[in-house]
Write a protein that binds this ligand. Structure first.
Ligand code: R5P
Length: 299
C-alpha cells in the first residue's frame, strides 16, 4: 500500500513509468495539453488529498514546460497533496550563475526562486554547480543532489579498454576526478575559454604519453557540442584514437549530436536524465532509492 502518487509532465513518460514500477507507486491521472491558442490546460483526475505527489519533469527546454509544471504543482496543492516533490533529472538554468556582462539577468537565482515558490522538495542529478557549492545557496526548499560518477565509471570499466579521461574545463574536474579514481584510470583536465554561446576555445591536451589510450571526453552537459568538437580536433592533430564522448545530460541543441558524430566521436554516450538515442547509462534506480529515502509515504 502506497500513499505516493507519481505524475508525469509530457515527454517524461519512459522514466516516470519505470519509477512507478520500481516504487510500486500509483500513477497520477492528469491531463496536460494546450488550447488552440497555445495556452496550457491542466486537469487533475486523481484523488491526491493527503498524499505525496511526485512530479517527474526533466527540464530540458525548460521554457516549454515550466507553465505546465507550475499549473500542475499548484493544482495538486489546492487538492491537498503534500509534499509536492519535483523529480527533475536535468535541472535547467544553472549556467547563468553570475552577470558575465553588465545588465544580465542571473537566471539561475531567479529560476531557483520560481521553483522554490511552488514545489516543496526537489531531487536532481549532477546540477551544474560551478560558482555555487550547493543548491541550498539559491533554493529555499529541501533539495537532494544525486551524482552519477559511480554509474559513469562502471560503464567505462565495462566498455572501454585503457581509457584516458579528459575533462574540458576546470569545473569538470569535480566529477572527472571522481570517475577516474573509481575506475582507477588516468585523467587530464583542459582549460576552456568561452567567447560566446557557440564559440569556445579549449586548450591543447598534453597526451604524448597516452598515445595507446582511448580518449574519453567527460562533461556534465553537451549542448552545442562545440566544447567536445573543439577537443576532438586537438586529439586528431595529436594522433590519438577517436574518442568516446560521455555527457551526463543530453541537452543537444539543434543538430549538435550529428555534428559531434561527424567531428569524429567514436561513440556518444549519455545518461537518461534527458531522453535521447545516446542514452546508455540509466539513473532510474538511483532516483528510485532517493525518492524512497526522502519520502515519508512510499513503502
Ligand atoms: C559548461 O561549463 C558545461 O560544463 C559544459 O562544458 C557546456 O555546457 C558544454 O556546452 P557546449 O556543448 O555548448 O559546448
Amino acid at each position: 500500500m502506497s500513499n505516493c502518487i507519481i505524475f508525469t509532465i509530457p515527454g517524461n513518460e519512459v522514466l516516470a513509468n519505470s519509477l512507478i514500477k520500481l516504487l510500486h507507486a500509483d500513477p497520477g491521472d492528469a491531463i496536460i495539453r494546450h488550447f488552440p491558442d497555445g495556452e496550457t490546460y491542466v486537469k487533475v483526475n486523481s484523488n491526491v488529498h493527503e498524499k505525496e505527489a511526485i512530479i517527474i519533469c526533466s527540464l530540458h527546454q525548460p521554457d516549454d514546460k515550466i507553465l505546465s509544471l507550475y499549473f500542475l504543482a499548484q493544482t495538486l496543492k489546492e487538492f491537498g497533496a503534500f509534499p509536492v516533490t519535483l523529480v527533475v533529472p536535468y535541472l535547467a538554468y544553472m549556467r547563468q550563475d553570475k552577470r558575465f556582462t553588465d545588465g544580465e539577468c542571473i537566471s539561475s537565482d531567479l529560476f531557483a526562486r520560481l521553483l522554490s515558490s511552488f514545489v516543496d522538495k526537489l531531487i536532481t542529478i549532477d546540477p551544474h554547480l560551478h560558482r555555487r557549492i550547493s543548491l541550498n545557496e539559491i533554493y529555499s526548499i529541501h533539495t537532494s543532489v544525486l551524482h552519477v560518477s559511480h554509474q559513469l565509471s562502471k560503464w567505462i570499466k565495462e566498455n572501454i579498454q585503457q581509457p584516458l579521461l579528459i575533462g574540458p574545463d576546470s569545473e569538470s574536474e569535480q566529477w572527472v576526478s571522481k570517475v577516474a579514481a573509481d575506475a582507477n584510470v588516468p585523467y587530464i583536465i583542459l582549460e576552456k575559454i568561452r567567447k560566446g554561446d557557440r564559440n569556445v576555445k579549449v586548450s591543447v591536451p598534453q597526451v604524448e604519453k597516452y598515445k595507446e589510450y582511448t580518449p574519453v571526453l567527460v562533461d556534465d552537459i553537451i549542448s552545442t557540442a562545440n566544447t567536445m568538437i573543439e577537443t576532438i580536433g586537438h586529439l586528431k592533430k595529436a594522433g590519438m584514437k577517436p574518442p568516446v564522448c560521455i555527457g551526463i545530460h543530453a541537452v543537444f541543441a539543434a543538430k549538435a549530436y550529428d555534428k559531434l558524430i561527424k567531428a569524429g566521436a567514436e561513440k556518444v554516450i549519455t545518461c537518461n536524465t534527458i531522453t535521447h538515442p545516446s542514452n546508455a547509462i540509466y539513473i532510474d534506480e538511483l532516483l528510485g532509492q532517493e525518492i524512497c529515502k526522502n519520502s515519508f509515504v512510499v513503502d
